[in-house]
Design a protein around this ligand. Structure first.
Ligand SMILES: [Zn+2]
Ligand SMILES: [Zn+2]
Length: 73
């Protein structure tokens, strides 16, 4: 599915400080390139998986580094 514009109905308009969007329940759709207020995990417009956390990949990398270090002991 592609963006058909229906995500604009859910567009998050709050103009608060950066980084607080996810805490307010706002989610990012990378396909629609928009922040929306939506309870589900999937975009109601295009069906793409929404981003719910700002720094997920960095944290994952740190955990895998810790595991590596432990294995070398
Ligand atoms: Zn859309
Ligand atoms: Zn979307």
């Amino acid at each position: 599915m592609q963006c058909n514009g229906s995500c604009k109905k859910y567009k998050a308009t709050d103009n608060t400080r950066e980084g607080g969007r996810y805490e307010q329940g706002q989610k990012r759709c990378n396909r629609c390139e928009i922040y929306i207020k939506w309870e589900g995990l999937w975009c109601p417009c295009c069906g793409y998986l929404l981003r719910t956390k700002p720094r997920g990949t960095k944290l994952k990398r740190r955990i895998s580094l810790m595991k590596k270090a432990r294995m070398q002991d």
